[in-house]
Design a protein around this ligand. Structure first.
Ligand SMILES: [Zn+2]
Length: 339
């Protein structure tokens, strides 16, 4: 009985001294830790690819900033920034006065970043032609081309691009006018009118000037002089008896002066030809017409539309062959017109 009580007492005494020691130990450690934190602070040593680049106290803040930069960059049209090596953080105790070089670390990390730009390419027949910033611009360009009834709508496509290089952007107006393709002209309709009336098609030409008497002329069409009076060419065996004025198919032809139609219809190499007989033996010839609007015997006033420009007969493209004859002899039309 005595032995058990004594043993119990001894255990209690021992436990008390252990608790005392533990208490002293904790106080001692606290003093040490407290002293350490008076002089030191916890920081992160940052390394990039094994290279030490600085210390920071706020790892989360720094990493959030880096993540934000990676997801948006700091310029226009950046989709994301690829950073191959991200920093490593090692916690350590540093002297209180150690500077936090968070900004330097950030700059160093993003320095190696490769920005990927997001933009759109407009393609024609699968070939990249122009670049724009947004999808809306692509749509707007295509819609404008649709409105203008461009011939190549099916060839125009667009695609999104993610590239490390930003292309130069083209504004809508430039892209539309460069991409626009006119619908092809309808194929020339060659009509053949049965000739009626009488016509002098001799190669009798006079290079001198002759008066047209009371007749004064106006331009039947406007266009580009493509062959002059007297000229010889590969498609003509003799001197040119008229003046060729090239213009588009279907251009209305006005009567150069008032008179009566004396020939209307097909005449060999002239194609569809109209001849108007004016006063004083003067006649005007309108050849290669696509259409003739008036028949033989009709009186027309100066300026009346008598037909339209074509490429019928001996002709390589739409033009008006204009002849001016006095008593059957052809004179240079540029004596009177287009000079
Ligand atoms: Zn001609």
């Amino acid at each position: 009985m005595f032995t058990i009580v004594t043993l119990f007492k001894n255990i209690v005494i021992h436990l008390r001294s252990w608790a005392k020691m533990l208490f002293i130990l904790i106080i001692g450690l606290s003093i040490i830790v407290f002293s350490i934190f008076l002089v030191y602070k916890p920081m992160y040593g940052v390394t990039l690819d094994g290279e030490f680049i600085g210390y920071t106290e706020d790892k989360n803040d720094l990493q959030t900033k880096i993540n934000e930069y990676m997801s948006a960059g700091d310029g226009d049209n950046i989709a994301f920034v690829e950073i191959e090596t991200l920093p490593d953080y090692d916690m350590c105790l540093m002297k209180k006065e150690t500077a936090d070089n968070k900004d330097d670390i950030y700059n160093k990390v993003i320095e190696s970043g490769v920005p990927y730009y997001k933009y759109y390419a407009i393609l024609s027949k699968g070939e990249e032609k122009y670049y724009v910033s947004t999808y809306e611009e692509c749509e707007s360009i295509k819609n404008e081309l649709k409105e203008k009834d461009s011939n190549n709508l099916d060839d125009i496509t667009y695609t999104i691009k993610y590239e490390t290089e930003l292309k130069e952007f083209t504004d809508k107006e430039t892209a539309v006018s460069a991409l626009y393709e006119k619908k092809p002209e309808p194929k020339p309709v060659v009509k053949r009118y049965t000739g009626s009336g009488s016509v002098n098609t001799s190669f009798n030409v006079d290079y001198n000037y002759a008066s047209l008497g009371s007749v004064s002329l106006i331009h039947p069409v406007s266009g580009r002089i493509s062959s002059r009076f007297g000229a010889r060419s590969s498609i003509r065996s003799s001197a040119h008896t008229g003046l060729d004025i090239a213009t588009s198919l279907g251009t209305p032809i006005a009567a150069a002066a008032s008179g009566t139609v004396s020939w209307a219809g097909w005449k060999g190499s002239y194609g569809n030809l109209m001849v108007i007989s004016h006063a004083d033996g003067v006649q005007t010839y309108y050849a290669h017409c696509n259409a003739l609007y008036v028949g033989v015997g009709t009186y027309v006033n100066q300026g009346d539309i008598i037909g339209e420009v074509g490429s019928t007969g001996n002709s390589t493209g739409p033009h008006l062959h204009l002849e001016i004859r006095i008593n059957g002899v052809a004179y240079n039309p540029q004596n009177y017109l287009y000079n």
